[in-house]
Design a protein around this ligand. Structure first.
Ligand code: TRP
Length: 368
């Protein structure tokens, strides 16, 4: 099995094999210690490392943290919601919340200027996160480029605790931009445990599995670094929602995703054009039923648009039996999507003054 390249095209087909290869544990075994959550119930959040350290802290009323990061490279779409929902879940559980906008990474690996990154972060990330329920006042939100001197000093000290061999074995190669952003990411992940942020504590990092290489090396760095007794960070992993046309959901292909800022007509059109598991003729569909596993509209419903399991199962059964046609499934999705987007667009505008104030108070202009 190949290594995972966090900057490459990661498409995982066999999650079980990937878990076995990298020693990721199933989340199902901890589900009864987590709040009831749709993504956990449905196995969309499927794996973890050491999540029990965070749950133990919660049970003992000890401090614990949640940190994750976003690389500003495009629009914010439904594929990003899996992380947001976990951020909100850990926020509700009482975690100290840290969010990083990875503008150094998008500069070094995607050629996005710091100004453009700043714009994207405000419009695509902050506004959507706050509209979805992030409590910005209780969040340490920062740009990598403004993370502070101590943060960047630590990221350089960490260089001593990873070898060239490990770097190459983990990432495939060690070009300078990747090295710089990887070391910055280790400092990001360990930031909630820094002295300025209250010292060592269990920390969970919800990420897509493409980020696991960073988690693994940060765990090594944490245990080798002697100047602070860092706890090894914990992590959770979610399945990637596939693109609306099948295959990968990708920010560079607008037909593959629905953005949270898409207009309602655009979003509906994307549903109309999506790949379904419907059969070529109505007769065949009635006879064989839909191939639900290959239906991207059903996937969207299951991930984000139908909360109630009984309702989702009813839809699945009818669709699989052939009683429900693809057009009828799409009608359900379009109706749900319209309700969601209408509400979300309103909340975004409601969030705007608060976000603008936060940016003015906390996030100075881009570095030159
Ligand atoms: N590398 C992540 C991405 O590509 C962004 C990121 C930066 C991050 N720092 C992080 C993710 C810390 C999790 C934790 O999206």
């Amino acid at each position: 099995m190949p290594e995972i390249d966090p900057w490459g095209d990661v498409e995982i087909t066999d999650y079980e094999a990937t878990m076995a290869q990298f020693g990721i544990e199933p989340v199902a075994e901890l589900a009864d210690r987590l709040p009831d959550n749709r993504l956990v119930r449905r196995g969309i959040v499927f794996g973890h490392r050491d999540l029990d350290t965070v749950l133990d802290a919660r049970d003992e009323s000890d401090p614990f943290a949640m940190m994750t990061g976003i690389m500003p490279s495009g629009v914010f779409h439904f594929g990003h919601l899996g992380v947001v929902e976990q951020v909100l879940m850990f926020q509700e559980m009482g975690a100290q919340v840290t969010l990083c906008a990875a503008d150094i990474e998008s500069y070094t690996t995607r050629d996005v200027s710091l100004e453009d990154a700043r714009e994207l972060v405000i419009e695509e990330y902050l506004l959507n996160y706050v509209a979805l329920g992030l409590n910005l006042d209780a969040t340490d939100f920062y740009f990598q480029s403004q993370a502070g001197n101590d943060h960047h000093v630590r990221s350089k000290l960490f260089a001593r605790h990873v070898t060239q061999n490990e770097f190459e074995a983990t990432y495939g190669n060690a070009d300078p931009g990747k090295m710089a952003s990887a070391l910055t990411q280790y400092a990001d992940i360990l930031r909630p445990q820094s002295t300025e942020h209250g010292g060592p504590k269990p920390t969970v990092v919800p990420v897509g599995i493409d980020q696991d290489p960073h988690v693994r090396l940060t765990r090594d760095v944490a245990s080798r670094y002697r100047d602070t007794s860092y706890r090894k960070p914990a992590s959770t992993y979610h399945r990637f929602m596939r693109g609306l046309q099948g295959g990968k959901m990708s920010s560079s292909d607008p037909k593959s995703y629905i953005a949270l800022t898409d207009s309602i007509p655009d979003a509906k059109r994307k549903i109309d054009e999506a790949k379904t598991g419907g059969r070529v003729s109505i007769e065949e569909h009635r006879e064989k039923g839909a191939d639900v596993e290959e239906d991207m509209v059903f996937e969207l419903l299951a991930y984000h648009l139908v909360e109630d399991d009984d309702e989702l199962n009813r839809i699945r059964t009818e669709y699989e039996s052939g009683a429900m046609l693809s057009g009828e499934l799409k009608a359900i999705a379009k109706e749900r999507l319209e309700t969601f987007l209408r509400e979300h667009h309103r909340k975004r505008e409601e969030a705007r003054p608060k976000v603008e104030q936060y940016v003015a108070d906390n996030l100075p202009g881009a570095v030159h």
